[in-house]
Design a protein around this ligand. Structure first.
Ligand SMILES: *Cc1c(COP(=O)(O)O)cnc(C)c1O
Length: 463
């Protein structure tokens, strides 16, 4: 399988190199040259299989000959062995026709573990064989960083530097990044917001000398391998509710559009997903864009669902690429406009194509809190604020008899203050991480300055 850039001017790569590279050299994102399809019979045959088996069957057509079957199966097995639930992604029912897909049973209690744990295993396979060393630099609004550190801590061929917005992540998120003792882990608190973190990361990738000198690799949600690993749970969830014989809808609490884009890929692979509903918090660029066709940045307003506090949604570029007929020049033009003018208008045909698939909605801070309280009262399910944004928007998009599946993206204990404020109940950490608050922390506060960051990364790597 070959991978091409959404901007059309970077070299085509195989799966392994697309994974190790992250961002393409023309500033674009890698996507598969073709999207493989599973037949209805192949989808039906996924029923009753383990999560790991479904993961293998969904991912293998995309990895091509990058790994042997035994290597890929082994990586998947190891990736999910540390999860706290045998089903990995269990589905629970909230109301008639409304289901919650719990994606928070991984080691850092957020859905990002599903992809990051696989990536850690695949990076290790790819690097050990080639004797290569790399430096992973990631930007996080909290959950990506902890998931990346958890996946890469202690690996021989990798140094990990994670930029997070100083003072804008929850204490659990921060501690998950600052308490690992391994020398290859570096938590960097940047004086700025998440978009600043993301912008500096992009700058580093666009500095080709720096990129080559440290062997820079990215594991942010733009990394194709992450998107791919997330496609799997759309299949397990839909099949357990009757796909391919029965269509389903999904609602996805969305920030960078990575998780929901994985749903789009599942749909293109032949999974009968009728609608994919984008759920945003008050940082609603995607909802505004799908409603009006105008994609305009508007400053980040910190919210109680901080992992969705973004103003630029990087994976949206992949969706634009598809609805613009895979025209890299057209994507480049829109992205140039975004940079120079702070926004662009989605061309009419492309907007209609997006609206055929994607619905959207937004939850205010009050609506999010009210949904946490209401769900606890109605079902006993304690939602994290991100999942509550999803549930609120999903309730506005229920279309029986098509079942709605809302993705629960984090465990409530990861955001205990917001949950306690909404319900009066403080969610406890699962026993396996109950000592998190007793461990000592290690982090560096850094300026929002590219040269200073680059120097720090040069010096901080192990020789
Ligand atoms: C990252 C994250 C999201 C948003 O996911 P995207 O792939 O960026 O859309 C939502 N909820 C939680 C808890 C997250 O960590």
């Amino acid at each position: 399988m070959r991978y091409i850039s959404t901007r059309g001017r970077a070299p085509e790569l195989g799966f392994k190199d697309a994974m190790l590279t992250g961002l393409a050299r023309d500033g674009g994102l890698y996507v598969p040259a073709e999207i493989p399809r599973l037949s209805p019979d192949e989808i039906a045959a996924l029923a009753g299989q383990s999560y790991e088996e479904v993961a293998y069957r969904v991912m293998a057509p995309f990895t091509g000959d990058a790994f042997s079957e035994a290597d890929l199966r082994g990586a998947i097995e190891r990736a999910y062995a540390g999860f706290g639930h045998a089903a990995r992604a269990p589905l629970v029912q909230l109301a008639p026709g409304h289901f919650l897909l719990e994606l928070f049973h991984g080691p850092t209690l957020a859905f990002k573990d599903f992809a990051m744990q696989v990536i850690g295993q695949l990076f290790q396979l790819a690097l050990a064989r080639e004797g290569r060393r790399i430096t992973i630099v990631g930007a996080t609004s909290g959950d990506t960083g902890s998931a990346a550190i958890e996946a890469f801590r202690g690996l021989d061929n990798v140094d990990v530097f994670i930029l997070f917005p100083h003072g804008r992540v929850s204490e659990v998120q921060r501690r998950q990044m600052t308490t690992p003792v391994e020398a290859n882990v570096h938590a960097l608190a940047l004086q700025g917001d998440f978009d600043d973190c993301q912008a500096r990361l992009k700058d580093m990738f666009n500095d080709h000398d720096f990129r080559d000198s440290v062997g820079l690799a990215g594991v942010n949600s733009i990394n194709w391998a992450r998107v791919l690993a997330q496609v799997v749970y759309y299949f397990t969830a839909a099949v357990s509710l009757g796909a391919p014989g029965r269509p389903v809808d999904f609602t996805v609490p969305t920030g960078n559009f990575g998780d929901i884009f994985a749903g789009y890929i599942a749909r293109r692979m032949g999974l009968p997903i009728r609608r994919l509903v984008v759920a945003t918090n008050q940082n609603d660029i995607l909802h505004r864009c799908l409603s009006t066709g105008e994609y305009r940045t508007d400053g980040v307003k910190p919210s109680i669902s901080p992992s969705m506090d973004i103003q630029v949604s990087s994976n949206f570029e992949r969706a634009l690429f598809e609805v613009l007929g895979r025209d890299g020049a057209a994507v480049t033009q829109l992205m140039d406009e975004l940079r120079s003018a702070g926004g662009f208008s989605v061309p009419q045909g492309a907007l209609e194509a997006l609206r055929e698939i994607f619905g959207s909605g937004r939850a205010s801070e009050d609506e999010t809190s009210a949904t946490i309280a209401a769900q606890l009262a109605a079902t006993g399910e304690l939602l994290c604020p991100h999942s509550a944004v999803g549930v609120k928007v999903a309730q506005e998009h229920l279309a029986p008899p098509v079942p709605m599946i809302t993705l629960a993206t984090a465990h409530p204990a990861k955001f205990p203050d917001a949950v306690e404020a909404a319900t009066g109940r403080r969610p406890g950490l699962p026993p396996r991480m109950a000592d998190l608050f007793d461990r000592s922390e290690r982090m560096r506060v850094v300026e929002n300055d590219l040269a200073a960051l680059q120097a720090l990364i040069h010096e901080g790597r192990r020789a």
